[in-house]
Design a protein around this ligand. Structure first.
Ligand code: UDP
Ligand code: MG
Length: 335
């Protein structure tokens, strides 16, 4: 039996780039299926492909295009959300729905060069290799075309999260990766609401082969990430995969308590022995400000975890589907 590969593509307002994507992916699918006449590279087993697009509540004509692609080619599927739920929810929906023995995840904007799909598949499907990889992940070898500001903070983020959490993220890691069925099932089994997919891929373990590629510009349309949303995303990552900030706040709180006790003792002794008047309105003012600040900061840290727990406890669905292609097919049949 031939292998099946699922290509999962989250899309949010991508009407400009989708036709380019379809054009670029067609030869890759043909090579995998061995239908382009070229002998499949090496001993690579031939492989059928299906595409699952996740329309993440787009407000442009993305859904219209997806409907058309589905009509033209039934191996192109789509799931359309009732509103924008974010890329992480899109990824989850795609992985959950995927049927392939191999699943590849990539962006619609062609920033993840599609040629690598064949290479990734060769590595994963090579049963003679002693490494037996379960996943091939792409990382950006450079940050060309990215603002200095953005790369500076991105680098700091990777260093920080590797230090304070048990997971180990590669600097420049992207969401572009291919996985075997086993690994996809493991990722789908992690049902948390606050999803930081890069951390989840790492947390589930398995053997990952890292492959570098050079950053390319988006082919059309605009990036959905502002600098602010990236900062928010990095905090999500930290709070989802590390409890170090909690320990940190506890330790610092303890140190301050001890310090203030020692300080109180010093003041009492000084007054009793030397009769010093308790001087220093400025000192007091600084102390109050400082401790007020520290308390607010740590309340904030607690609040972060509490809010995450609140959302987990409510067990809200990660996404809501408004339309998907198999339902459309069912409706067509009823007519
Ligand atoms: N995306 C999504 N939902 C969102 C934001 C983005 O599904 O809320 C998709 C988007 O359509 C694209 C991918 O995620 O396929 C990466 O987005 P983008 O290119 O805007 O991010 P960047 O490459 O700038 O990090
Ligand atoms: Mg992009």
């Amino acid at each position: 039996m031939r292998n099946l590969m699922t290509i999962v593509v989250p899309c949010y307002n991508e009407e400009e780039v989708l036709p380019l994507f379809m054009e670029a992916i067609a030869p890759v699918r043909a090579t995998l299926a061995g239908s382009d006449g070229s002998p499949a590279a090496g001993n690579m087993p031939l492989c059928d492909t299906e595409i699952i697009f996740i329309d993440d509540g787009s407000t442009d004509n993305t859904l219209g295009l997806l409907r058309r692609y589905n009509t033209e080619d039934p191996s192109v599927h789509y799931i359309s959300f009732s509103r924008n739920f974010g890329k992480e929810a899109g990824i989850y929906a795609g992985l959950e729905r995927s049927k392939g023995d191999y699943v590849v995840l990539l962006d619609a904007d062609l920033q993840h060069p599609v040629e690598y799909i064949v290479k990734m598949y060769e590595i994963l499907s090579d049963s003679t290799s002693p490494d037996q990889y379960d996943s091939v992940a792409m990382y950006r070898a450079d940050r060309k075309g990215e603002g200095i500001f953005r790369s500076f903070f991105a680098k700091r983020f990777y260093r920080m999260i590797n230090r304070i959490s048990k997971i180990d993220l590669v600097d420049g890691a992207t969401d572009y990766r291919m996985m075997t069925r086993k690994m996809v099932d493991a990722v789908v089994s992690m049902e948390e609401y606050n999803r930081f997919t890069k951390g989840i891929f790492n947390w589930v373990g398995f053997n990952t082969h890292w492959m570098p590629y050079h950053n390319v510009e988006r082919k059309a349309g605009k990036s959905k990430w502002s600098f602010g949303s990236l900062i928010k995303y990095s905090f999500e990552g930290m709070f989802a995969f590390s409890t170090t900030p909690l320990t940190f706040s506890f330790t610092l709180g303890l140190i301050f308590c001890l310090l203030s006790l020692i300080f109180a003792v010093v003041v009492v002794i000084r007054t009793l022995i030397w009769g010093d008047p308790v001087a220093g309105f400025p000192t007091l003012f600084c102390m109050i400000m400082f401790f007020g600040g520290v308390q607010l900061l740590f309340l904030g840290i607690f609040g972060q975890y509490l809010s995450k727990m609140y959302l987990e406890v409510k067990k809200r669905p990660k996404y809501i589907i408004r339309e998907k292609d198999d339902e459309k097919a069912a409706v067509d049949k009823n007519i």
